[in-house]
Write a protein that binds this ligand. Sequence first.
Ligand SMILES: [Zn+2]
Ligand SMILES: [Zn+2]
Length: 543
Amino acid sequence: MEAFWICKVASDLEARSERPIVFSTAKTPSGPIHIGFGRELVYCDVLSKMLEDRGCETEWIFFVDDFDSLKSFPPNVPEDFKAHKEYLGRPMWMVPCPYGCCESWAQHYARELIETFPSFGFNPKIFWSHEIYMKPEMKELIRKAIIERDKIRSIMVEVVAPTLSGEKLELFMKEFEDWYPCLVVCENCERLMTTRVKGYNVEDDTLSYQCKACSQSGEVKLSRWPVKLRWRIDWPAKWALFKVSCEPAGKDHCVKGGAYDTGERIVAEVFGWKPPYRIPYEWILLGAKAMKTHKGISFTFAEWLKVAPPEIYRYMVLREDPKKHISFAPERIPQLIDEFERTEKIYFKVEEPSSQVEISLAANIYPFCFPAKPPTRLPARLPYRFAVILSQLKSLLGEEGVKKKALTVLARLAGREPDNEEISEALRRLEMAEYWVAHYADERFKINISDRVPEEVKQSLSDRIKDALKELIRMLEEKEWNEEQLQYEIFELGKRFNIGTKIFEAVYKIFLGKNFGPRLAPFLLSLDREFVVKRLKEAVGVT
Ligand SMILES: [Zn+2]
Ligand SMILES: [Zn+2]
C-alpha cells in the first residue's frame, strides 16, 4: 500500500540531517484569521507528533508577522476606525486595536487566533516579528542583506524576471534600479510601506531614507530603529535565524518565481542555511469562494468551535492531499461529522471498511485527529444529527428534558454507561447543534412543532394513509424501537399500503406542518413516545 501523504513527508523530514527538526508557520494578522490558514498548523502539529513518535526531537515556531504594513481595512472594522487613513501603511504592531481592547491591531487579530490554539491542540512557540527584528542576531542578518544586496538583486532578477513580461517586467526591473532589501519606519508618519532606503553608512551603521507619504527624509541607526527586511528577504532570514527545517506555505508563495523560489536561493547563497522542506498547500474554500480576509469572506477558528468539535477540523484537513483544495460548507457539518465517525468506527473495528482509502484514513489519520491523546476505546457519542433535532425541542421537552433524552440515547447507543467526559461532550454537542441550526442549517433541518394538528392536514389524509398511520401507531405502542429498524419499517409500511413515501410526508405534516423534515425515525424517537402516539391518533381521528 502506498504510504499516506503525511507519513511520506514525515519520512522525508526524518532523513534530513539537522536536529531538532524545526517547523515554522507564520501569519500576518491583517484581519479576522480564517480556517484556511489552519492547514499549515495541522500539518506542523501532526508532523511533530509523528517525528517525536519516531524518536526525533522537534520544535515548532509560529511567527505573528506584526511588522507587515496594514494595506487595507477589512469590511467588518468599525466605520469610525476606518476614517483613520493615517494607519494605512503602518506596521500592524503600531496600529491601535480597532476595538480598543488590545495594545495593537496585530495583537487583536493574533490573539483571537492564538486563544483557540489549546482547543485545536496547537502548541507552537509564539514569536512577534517586531520583537525578533530588534534582536542583535536579526540586525546582523539585515546588515548582511544590505551588504550583499547586489547578490540578492541578481537572484531576484534571475528567478522572478523570466516569469514576467511586458509592463509587469518593466515595473519589476525599475523597482531594482536603486534598491535596498529593507524598509524603515518613517520617523514622522510611522508608515513603513511608503519609505525607501537611500543609503547605508557602514562606519556608523546608519540608514538614510525618504518617505513618499509625508516627504520626510532622515537618518536612523539600524541597531536601534525598527527596520524590516522586504518580504522576499524577511522569509529566508527567519529560516536562517531559527534553522528552519520545514515550512508549509499557501500555493501563492509556491508558484514558479514566487517567494519560496527566491527564498530558497537567498537562504542558501546569502544567509548560509539550507532551504526548508516545502509543503505547498491549496486553499480551503468557503462553499465555492476562496476565503479572503480583506473581502470579509471568512470563517474563523472561533466560529468553528461554536459549531463542531476540533477533531472534525483536523480530520477534514488531514484526509485531503495538500495539493487539492478543500471545499468547506458549514451547512454540511453534520455530514462531515458522520464521515469522521465512520472512520472512527473502522479504527475500532466495529464497522467494515469498504475501500483502501477508508483503511488508510483509519490507520494513519484517525489517531492524529485529536487535540490531545486519541481515545483508547470507541467513544460514546451523541449523533450530531440527533443533537440537531433534540436541540430544537426545548419548548416541548424543556431544557432538562432535552438533556435527559440526550443522555438516555447516548447510553443506549453505546451499550454502556458513558463516562463524565463523554457526557459533557454530548451536552456540548447539543449547544453546537443549536448554534448550527440558528446560523447554518437549511430548511430541511428546522423543526417547529405546532401545538395541534392543523385542520387542513387532517383533511388531506386519504383513507389509505390513515390505515398506514394506524398501523404505525400500533407498532409504536407495541415496543421500543431503534432508529434503523423504525426507519426501515416505515419504508415497508409505505410499500405495504401502496403509498410509497407519502407516509413520510404525512408524518412530517402532522408534526411539522410541512411535507419534509429531518430523517424521520430519529426525529420520532427524539420525542416522547406517548406524545407521538397521541399526536398521530389526533391526526387520524381515533382516541
Ligand atoms: Zn482588541
Ligand atoms: Zn512618512
